[in-house]
Design a protein around this ligand. Structure first.
Ligand SMILES: *Cc1c(COP(=O)(O)O)cnc(C)c1O
Length: 390
């Protein structure tokens, strides 16, 4: 059994993949070839966003909007610590300061209530309102942006987040790297009216290419123009008239061709993901109370980048080893919340400042999940889990 099986998918679309890859080899436009614009149009209609600017990775998809907004030293960017490192790394790389906001215990997404308190604490320089280290409060930061993460495929609570953002006049950058294809109240992620949204096409993400890739979505015309300039070294009207600093942040034509092929079956794969998730729910139905299955908030559709359960901290190592021994691969996303990482030691956070994230990092366990899993695969995983607990 594989944790994520990309081979079954490839077999299914192998012919179409080869046709599209060969077509790129024939036309030879490896950089910004016609497939890139075709993909961007297809992704706009898929998400409902007005603009899509593809880029080289999900990491660049976070970096580029922050660059466009001139986020840098003296700016505070609010984000959850229970996520992949890039979410906090990109604002910090630009010299801004990540302000960590704890998550909700059921969805693992940023708590809007904690967000409101963290903004107030920063503005009033009062850590009794929310845990922010004194050295950070002393930096006189200006609240600039929020990066909510749609963890494991499930959107954060954007109704509440937009309300907080409006009150505080903050930009919202949705990190939907894990949630492409997920939905919030009938709308797809990356089309939820955030100032910008980013996603990743890393192979293991719900919509993955065969290398690195990403995309940024926005309804804002001026931002889309800026992003297209930043994507190519800050180009002006002409490529050799650079009007600002930028990156080499383009998506390869070959990856765009591969994504176009994968996008044709993506809606069906999303349905299969729902099916596999509901098999898990059924099989886990009368499971030992020590196992907590994932919770999808009402109004949300998860794209199930991960199927993550919670188990007691004291037995997680045993359960993981037992499952692996029986041929069931598992992973821990994420073993260390960002505020406890060496890279952010300088900010001065204590592990207990974000208690919900800390507890999650000690209890989560992600089980094998992909759209080509059969019911008997799910049963095998759950049987092994029962064995581990007995
Ligand atoms: C994967 C991921 C990223 C980074 O995407 P890459 O394409 O690997 O650069 C950013 N944020 C989250 C939440 C992710 O899961």
């Amino acid at each position: 059994m594989q944790f994520i099986d990309l081979n079954s998918q490839q077999e299914r679309i192998r012919h179409d993949l080869e046709r599209r890859i060969l077509s790129v080899l024939d036309h030879g436009k490896y950089i910004m070839g016609p497939e890139v614009a075709e993909l961007e149009a297809a992704l706009c209609s898929f998400t409902g966003a007005k603009h899509c600017v593809t880029c080289a990775s999900g990491t660049d998809a976070l970096l580029m909007p922050l660059m466009a907004w001139n986020i840098g030293p003296g700016d505070a960017v609010f984000l959850p610590p229970f996520t992949f490192f890039a979410t906090g790394e990109m604002p910090a790389l630009l010299g801004a300061t990540p302000i960590f906001v704890d998550i909700l215990p059921d969805t693992y997404n940023i708590s809007p209530e904690a967000l409101r308190r963290a903004i107030a604490a920063l503005k009033k320089k009062d850590s009794s309102l929310y845990p922010i280290p004194q050295s950070v409060l002393d930096m006189d930061l200006t609240p600039k942006a929020i990066i909510p993460v749609d963890l494991f495929g499930q959107p954060a609570d954007y109704t509440a987040i937009h309300a907080v953002a409006e009150e505080g006049n903050l930009m919202v950058l949705e990190d939907a790297a894990q949630a492409f294809g997920g939905e919030f109240r009938g709308k797809r992620t990356c089309g939820l009216g955030c100032d910008a949204a980013s996603t990743s096409f890393f192979p293991a993400k719900p919509l993955g290419c065969y290398g690195d890739g990403g995309a940024i979505f926005t309804d804002n015309d001026a931002l889309a123009d800026l992003l297209r300039s930043i994507r190519v070294h800050g180009k002006g009207e002409d490529k050799y008239n650079n009007v600002r600093l930028g990156l080499n942040g383009r998506l390869d034509t070959l990856q765009a061709a591969i994504l176009l092929s994968k996008l044709t079956i993506f809606p069906e794969e999303l349905q299969s993901r729902q099916q596999v998730a509901s098999w898990y729910t059924e099989e886990l139905g009368d499971m030992d109370a020590r196992v907590t299955p994932p919770v999808v908030a009402s109004g949300n559709v998860s794209s199930w980048a991960q199927y993550t359960i919670r188990v007691p901290e004291s037995s997680r190592d045993h359960i993981a080893a037992y499952l692996k021994q029986r041929g069931v691969p598992v992973n821990i996303y994420y073993p260390r919340p960002m505020h406890t990482l060496e890279a952010f030691k300088g900010l001065g956070y204590a592990p207990g400042d974000m208690p919900v994230s800390l507890k999650a990092s000690r209890e989560v366990l992600s089980l094998p999940f992909h759209p080509y899993m059969k019911r008997q695969d799910v049963q095998q995983v759950v049987t092994a889990l029962r064995g581990a607990l007995s």
